[in-house]
Design a protein around this ligand. Structure first.
Ligand code: AGP
Length: 360
């Protein structure tokens, strides 16, 4: 069942493997019998009239929000900003005339997010919660809820909730675009279906990732993830995953920022994992890789099919360029998993962490 490990050694591995399934469930849940998108009419109307979206979240859900912002802006044409929940009230942005607050939370119980929700409700603004837990606090206290349908996530490190959040945000953006009569050359359910298959190809490649980990992350003190554009957001998530379960000090950097300081960290043998899934930045991210390799870095490049070069460590099956995070994150989750496993860490219950953070 959903809350048992079955034959899996860890919930995290099970939950990584469940991602294609969760994605297919989302496709089903958000599609009616005429293959139209199925969404609460009130959400559709609220999305149509809002003039700016404020996404509020923490940790992995924040990283999903960064990807979601792109969907909302590029597909639905709504300006969107993403805020770390715990920071929001210190530097509250000037709000637009018709703001909509979107809370992204696997558990729906994160106290930092809740305190923002309480505050903006007092101000009279509408709120939509995207959560995996029906009946959770953030769901009950918001005006509207979108469910992730990912099934219970038990491991402290979030995996299937992240990909489910991104998928639901894509559906929300497309639905809004259609409601607004915008021209879109993107069939979400078809593209998500292709993506689910691609994810399955990746979850079948555990041995290859395990080998990469043993060769490159075995005893390392630190590791860096570099990417540009959408890949940068996935790098932030990859670094968080590696930090929280393997305790390797990891950071995600925007490729272009390296020269502004962080390249000073590169030493002989420093692992640098590069994501290259976007055609527009393929050339520039590769020059970043050459720069770090010239300073001794041990590079591992994960590229999208069609953009690969001979030296790449891993080629990802091709999906629509807006949906690449859904596939590039899978080997990143597996990297973290095997790194933690080989270090003898408690994969499902890393030290000092709780599954949902109900204190501020
Ligand atoms: C992710 O692996 C973390 N354990 C953590 O960052 C988590 O995403 C964060 O605490 C937010 O939780 P939520 O999605 O339940 O609100």
């Amino acid at each position: 069942t959903d809350t048992e490990k079955g034959t899996y050694p860890h919930f995290m591995l099970k939950e990584i493997d469940e991602q294609p399934l969760a994605l297919r469930r989302i496709i089903q849940e958000y599609q009616d019998e005429h293959d139209h998108l199925k969404l609460d009419q009130n959400i559709r109307e609220t999305m149509k009239v809002c003039d700016r979206i404020y996404i509020i979240a923490a940790g992995t859900s924040y990283h999903a929000g960064l990807v979601g912002k792109q969907f909302l802006e590029k597909m639905a044409g709504i300006p969107a900003e993403v805020h770390v929940a715990s920071e929001f009230s210190y530097n509250m942005p000037l709000l637009s005339d018709n703001p909509l607050f979107v809370f992204i939370s696997q558990s729906g119980e994160t106290a930092d997010s809740r305190s923002v929700l309480v505050k903006i409700k007092e101000m009279g603004h509408p709120a939509l919660t995207i959560t995996n837990v029906a009946g959770s606090t953030l769901s009950r206290e918001a005006d509207y809820t979108l469910h992730l349908h990912a099934g219970p996530e038990i491991a402290v490190a979030s995996t299937k909730a992240y990909t489910a959040q991104i998928a639901v945000l894509a559906i929300l953006a497309v639905d809004t675009a259609r409601a607004k009569g915008l021209e879109l050359d993107f069939d979400p359910m078809r593209e998500l279906g292709i993506t689910a298959n691609a994810m399955e190809v990746l979850t079948d490649q555990k041995e290859a990732i395990d080998e990469l980990v043993r060769d490159n992350l075995g005893t390392t003190r630190n590791a860096f993830f570099i990417g540009r554009s959408t890949d940068y957001f996935v790098c932030l998530e990859a670094a968080l995953k590696l930090k929280e379960i393997s305790y390797i000090q990891a950071e995600g950097f925007a490729g272009g920022e390296l020269k502004h300081g962080t390249i000073a960290l590169i030493e002989e043998g420093t692992p640098v994992i590069a994501l290259a899934t976007q055609e527009t930045v393929n050339y520039s991210i590769r020059s970043n890789v050459s720069e770090v390799v010239a300073r001794g870095a041990n590079d591992m490049i994960f590229s999208m099919k069609g953009l690969e070069q001979d030296t790449d460590a891993f080629v990802l099956p091709e999906v629509h360029e807006l949906l690449t995070p859904l596939v590039s994150v899978v080997p990143m989750q597996l990297l973290a998993y095997y790194a933690a496993l080989h270090r003898g860490c408690d994969v499902d219950k890393p030290r000092n962490l709780a599954k949902s953070v109900t204190v501020e």
